[in-house]
Write a protein of this length. Structure first.
Ligand code: FAD
Length: 384
C-alpha cells in the first residue's frame, strides 16, 4: 500500500516524486524502459520566462529560485547557464516585437536592439532578414538531465520506488483506495497522480474521469553543423517575431525548429520528412549556415488544453485522483514550481502563498475548470 502512485516519469512525474517522497511512500510508474523517454528527452531545454500566457509565466518565475539554488546535494552542476534570446523581426513583423518588449516582466526585461547590434550578437544571421530586433538576457539553458537525475537520486534516497517498463492499463477503486494493475503486479495506493504527459486523458479515462480535452501537438527539430571556424557556444538563441521558428546552439552544433504544432495522437513521435525539409529551408533563408547535411532530427509532443495553462489539482468527480498535465511547451521550466504546487495542494489543499501572490489561483489551473465550462458557466481564461 503506497500513499502516492505517480503515473509517468517525465520531468513532471520525477519532480513531484521528489517532493512527495518527503511526506509519504511513493511508487513512480513509467511505461518505457527509462524515465524521460518522451517529451522530456526531446525539448529545447530553454528557460524563457517571457514565454506562454500569464499563468505559465507566473509559474515559470516561481521555478526560478529552485533552478538557481537547488537543495543541497541535488546536483553538482548548475541547472541554469547563460544563453540569452535574440528575437528578430523581418519587415512587416515589427509589431510582434513591440508586444514582446511591452509584455516582458520587470524582473526579466526585453530590450530593443538595432539591426546592426543584432548582427553583432549573432553573426550567422543574414543581414537582409533583420528589420528590427530585441534581446532578452534572462533566457537560460536548462540542464534537463541534471534536473531529472537530481530528482531521481533524491527520490531513491527517500526510499521511493521507481518501476520502469510498466505501462498502467487498469485502474480500479475499491475500499477507499486505488488498485493499479501494472507489470504483473497489483499495487494499491491512496492517491493516484496522473503525470502521463500526452497520455493524460487516457489515464483519466481508465480512472473514470471526464476528458480535459488534451491535444498533443508534434514539433520537429533538426541539428546541423555550425560553420567551420565559428565559435557558437556563447551565441544567444534566436527567435522570430510573429512565428514560433527558432534556432540555438546545442552541444557544438545548431538546433533549429520552425515551431510546428501538428495535432496528433499520443505516441512515440517521429519527425516527418516535410517538417525536416521546412526547418532546413527556414534555417538556410535566415542564416549563412551552409546546410550540407542534417546530422540528426527528432520530434516530440507538446500537450495543451484549450486555455494553454497547465492542469493541476484533484479531479472534481473522482476521489483521490490528481492531475499534473497540460504543460505544453513549458513543462521543463515549470516543473519545479508545479511539483511544489502539487505537493502543497495534496498536503494542505492550498497553493504556496508565493505562487498565489504571483497571481496563480487554484481555479485557473484546476481540472474542475473543464467540468464548469461543460456545464455552461464559463470561467475566465488566462489571456495570452
Ligand atoms: C521540440 C520541443 C521543444 C521543447 N522545448 C521546451 C523548452 O525549451 N522549455 C520547456 O520548459 N519545455 C519545452 N518543451 C516542453 C516539455 O518538453 C514538456 O512540457 C515536458 O517535457 C512535459 O513533461 P511530462 O513529464 O508532462 O511529459 P513526458 O516527458 O512525456 O512524460 C510522461 C510520461 O508518462 C509515461 N506514460 C504515459 N502513459 C503511461 C502509462 N499508461 N503507464 C505508465 N507510464 C505512462 C510516458 O511513457 C512518459 O514517459 C518542449 C517540447 C518539445 C517537443
Amino acid at each position: 500500500m503506497y500513499d502516492f502512485a505517480i503515473i509517468g516519469a517525465g520531468i513532471a512525474g520525477t519532480s513531484l516524486a521528489f517532493e512527495l517522497a518527503q511526506i509519504g511512500n511513493v511508487v513512480l510508474i513509467e511505461a518505457e524502459a527509462q524515465p524521460g523517454y518522451h517529451s522530456t528527452g526531446r525539448s529545447a531545454a530553454l528557460y524563457t520566462p517571457n514565454y506562454g500566457n500569464t499563468v505559465v509565466r507566473a509559474i515559470s518565475a516561481f521555478s526560478g529560485p529552485f533552478f538557481r539554488d537547488p537543495p543541497v546535494g541535488f546536483t553538482e552542476y548548475p541547472l541554469l547557464t547563460q544563453r540569452g534570446l535574440l528575437t528578430i523581426a523581418v519587415q512587416g513583423q515589427e509589431e510582434g516585437l513591440d508586444a514582446l518588449v511591452s509584455s516582458a516582466a520587470d524582473q526579466t526585461p526585453v530590450h530593443e536592439v538595432s539591426p546592426s547590434e543584432a548582427l553583432k550578437l549573432v553573426p550567422l544571421l543574414r543581414p537582409d532578414v533583420v528589420s528590427a530586433a530585441a534581446f532578452e538576457p534572462g533566457v537560460k539553458d536548462i540542464d534537463v538531465d541534471a534536473l531529472q537525475r537530481g530528482n531521481l537520486r533524491r527520490f531513491k534516497a527517500l526510499k521511493g520506488r521507481l518501476l520502469c517498463g510498466a505501462r498502467v492499463r487498469e485502474l480500479a477503486r475499491g475500499s477507499g483506495r486505488w488498485h493499479i494493475v501494472v507489470a504483473g503486479e497489483c499495487l494499491e495506493a491512496a492517491v493516484v497522480i496522473n503525470a502521463a504527459g500526452a497520455w493524460a486523458d487516457q489515464i483519466g479515462e481508465l480512472a473514470g474521469t471526464k476528458s480535459i480535452g488534451m491535444v498533443p501537438k508534434r514539433r520537429c527539430a533538426i541539428v546541423v553543423d555550425a560553420p567551420a571556424g565559428v565559435e557558437i557556444s556563447a551565441l544567444p538563441a534566436v527567435d522570430m517575431a510573429g512565428s514560433e521558428a527558432y534556432f540555438k546552439p546545442e552541444a557544438g552544433r545548431i538546433m533549429a525548429s520552425i515551431g510546428d504544432e501538428t495535432p496528433t495522437e499520443p505516441q512515440d513521435a517521429q519527425p516527418e520528412e516535410l517538417d525536416i525539409a521546412l526547418a532546413a529551408d527556414w534555417l538556410q533563408r535566415h542564416t549563412t549556415i551552409d546546410l550540407r547535411r542534417i546530422k540528426h532530427s527528432w520530434a516530440g509532443l507538446r500537450s495543451f488544453v484549450s486555455d494553454g495553462a497547465p492542469v493541476v489539482g484533484f479531479d472534481a468527480a473522482v476521489d483521490d485522483f490528481f492531475w499534473l498535465a497540460g504543460q505544453g511547451g513549458f513543462g521543463i521550466m515549470m516543473a519545479p514550481a508545479l511539483a511544489q504546487a502539487s505537493s502543497s495542494l495534496i498536503r494542505d489543499n492550498r497553493l504556496p502563498d508565493d505562487l498565489e501572490r504571483r497571481g496563480v489561483s487554484q481555479n485557473v489551473i484546476s481540472p474542475a475548470r473543464f467540468s464548469v465550462a461543460q456545464s455552461g458557466s464559463a470561467i475566465e481564461s488566462p489571456s495570452d
